[in-house]
Design a protein around this ligand. Structure first.
Ligand code: UDP
Ligand code: MG
Length: 314
């Protein structure tokens, strides 16, 4: 009987028919080259409308290490990854995108660190040359803002490409939190972590499956999951505006009582009203985001629904 440690790959896929065969081949090649381990590769089809699922199924027929979980609809990248983690059995799990932007070959160094006691080994992007300027700038700004706001430090320039130990996988399985921001939850766990630098390649084929809308929602979810500072900032904004309004009021009273030029100032008034309305709406919006999160959590709906499973005996 093979006593080697089992390592699970988790690969979320959404309409990836252009790359998936190549991804499977490369992941299998890497797996075979690491002789001391046994493997399972769990593909999670996140409600693709193309034939991604069929391609994976065809590979799964010839190789029992390849497994497929097919979700009933598109639940989003983070939920798809969670579905893979939930089904994984490995002593360690490597999460990797299906588009080969992250090189599976990094697995060997990740495993080395893991064997040396690290519970999390994440890929740190040192070069995003292949990505659009828009993505680079928004990512650069976002992770810095997130870290400023967040109560726990979240490593910069990382994604979900990482190896995590089974212990952490079990912790994540037990967490019911929706609107997941996995990379944050993993930092939050506080387990011994290390980053290894790598070059993020171009997508092997197809286009990004993270629409602008998905990106914005994901970004907001990251902030609201890990920080209450926006709420405090709203209070601070409110206080500052209150103070300014008070000073302005003194000025207005002074002009009204002691000068003759009190009819003027309409522009200032209009700007004041517009500014304060905007601040009020902004603060309401911030409140709304957090209330929305409470609403989502309180519904306790499952994170995903499975339609079909291939290659599992559990
Ligand atoms: N993905 C997913 N569900 C989605 C969107 C994306 O499972 O709703 C998968 C996608 O197939 C890929 C990974 O998540 O394997 C990362 O997506 P993508 O490469 O499109 O994002 P980007 O690298 O452009 O940020
Ligand atoms: Mg990608």
């Amino acid at each position: 009987m093979n006593q080697s440690k089992l390592i699970s790959w988790v690969v979320p896929c959404f309409n990836e028919h252009q790359v998936i065969s190549e991804t499977i081949t490369r992941v299998l090649n890497v797996s075979k080259s690491l002789k001391n381990y046994s493997w399972e590769v769990i593909f999670v089809d996140d409600g693709s409308s193309d034939n991604t699922k069929d391609i994976i199924k065809a590979f799964a027929q010839d190789n029992e290490a390849i497994k497929l979980i097919s979700l009933s609809r598109n639940f989003g990248h983070q939920n798809a990854v969670q579905a893979g983690l939930d089904a994984s059995r490995g002593s360690a799990v490597i999460i990797i995108d299906a588009d080969l932007q992250d090189p599976p070959e990094l697995a060997s160094s990740m495993l080395e660190y893991w064997e040396n006691g690290y519970k999390v080994v994440y890929g740190r992007r040192i070069d995003r040359a292949s990505e659009t300027i828009f993505k680079k700038i928004t990512a650069l700004l976002y992770y810095r803002i997130l870290n400023f706001l967040s109560e726990i430090p979240i490593p910069l320039d990382t994604g979900d490409f990482r190896l995590i130990d089974q212990e952490l996988v079990l912790t994540l399985k037990a967490m019911p939190e929706k609107g997941r921001f996995l990379r944050g939850l993993i930092s939050w766990s506080g387990y011994k972590q290390i980053g290894i630098p790598y070059r993020r390649d171009k997508r092997h084929g197809g286009v990004s499956k993270y629409s602008l809308k998905k990106m914005v929602l994901f970004a907001i979810s990251g902030i609201t999951s890990f920080s209450r500072r926006p709420l405090r900032l709203a209070t601070i904004f409110g206080s500052i505006c209150g103070l300014i309004s008070f000073l302005l009021a003194l000025w207005v009273i002074y002009i009204r009582l002691f000068t003759n030029s009190w009819v003027q100032g309409w522009a200032g008034l209009a700007i004041g009203i517009l500014f304060l309305s905007a601040i009020q709406l902004l603060c309401l919006g911030i409140l709304g985001e957090y209330i929305g999160r409470i609403y989502e959590e309180s519904k306790s709906r499952p994170m995903y629904l499975i339609d079909d499973k291939v290659g599992f005996d559990h």
